[in-house]
Ligand binder design. Structure first.
Ligand code: NAD
Length: 255
């Protein structure tokens, strides 16, 4: 039985992880890290703590869906108490991404801006389409619920990176968040990412390839957050016995 620690346990995805673990074979919830343990009601067999060391010592693997500052704290502490880490938090800055890379030198770390199988496949398709349709303009539109903190989404950035890599484009040139009033002529080596926020949309990403006379759009819609929690648990089971390295969701799905 793999003992799972959930970091960000009171959040939207964290709560689903706890529910899904009740019916997941070979895995059980052993610890949760929350800021206010007294406010968190759960089965007494689970350690509820705001002490990072006890949290890490009480589990075999960690699944994180929190916020960038909290994820940074987890990465710093895990360097002293290494555990396989599944990181789902998005919006990490350069320093936090470097910490993640450092951590992956001493423990297995799977970092995925989207844990769904559909988006993992979309990512592959975007790479193929970008390479094959080299004359086509690429634009990405993502839509999420009104509470989402980061924009553009981590998934949209990952998709733009795949599209850029397939064409050998400089990543710094292609990341644009939306467009302002007077954009002039559209440059060929530009990929624009537009973020929309509203209502309870779980997540929708459209990658469009546009040319004169035709266009093709690849679209993925998440209709339930369970797709992320179940994907993260599948990733955790896969990661538990891996060597230290930085993995992504395609490694786990063997796509
Ligand atoms: P949420 O706001 O509902 O939950 C965030 C959780 O982090 C809360 O429980 C909050 O208490 C906790 N937290 C914040 N600061 C903390 C701190 N300093 N110490 C301890 N806990 C702290 O958000 P959510 O919708 O559950 O999403 C969480 C993250 O996962 C976001 O970054 C989101 O973009 C990302 N996300 C990733 C995927 C994926 O598939 N990778 C899918 C959905 C959401």
């Amino acid at each position: 039985m793999i003992k799972v620690g959930v970091f960000g346990a009171s959040g939207r995805v964290g709560r689903l992880l706890i529910e899904d673990l009740k019916t997941t074979q070979e895995m059980s919830l052993s610890s949760v890290y929350v800021r206010n343990p007294l406010d968190f009601a759960i089965d007494p067999s689970v350690l509820v703590t705001s002490d990072m060391k006890s949290f890490l010592n009480n589990c075999d693997i960690v699944i994180d869906f929190s916020l960038p500052e909290a994820c940074e704290m987890l990465l710093e502490e895990s360097i002293n108490t290494p555990k396989p880490l599944v990181i789902g938090t998005t919006g990490l800055n350069t320093h936090q991404l470097n910490l993640l890379k450092q951590a992956s030198e001493i423990m297995p770390v799977l970092y995925a801006t989207n844990m769904s199988m559909g988006v993992a496949l979309l990512n592959k398709l975007v790479y193929q389409a970008s390479a094959a349709l080299e004359d086509f303009d690429i634009e990405i539109v993502e839509m999420h619920h009104r509470h989402k903190k980061d924009a553009p989404s981590g998934t949209a950035l990952t998709l733009s990176e795949s599209a850029a890599q397939a064409r050998g484009l400089d990543l710094n040139k292609v990341r644009v968040s939306g467009r302002d009033g007077n954009i002039g002529e559209r440059s060929k080596d530009e990929i624009a990412v537009m973020a929309l926020r509203g209502g309870d949309i779980v997540g929708r990403h459209t990658v469009g390839f546009y040319n004169d006379g035709e266009f093709i759009e690849l679209n993925h819609t998440a209709t339930s957050r369970n797709t992320f929690s179940k994907g993260a648990l599948r990733a955790g089971k896969w990661l538990a016995d891996k060597e230290p390295s930085l993995y992504n969701i395609s490694d786990c799905l063997e796509l």
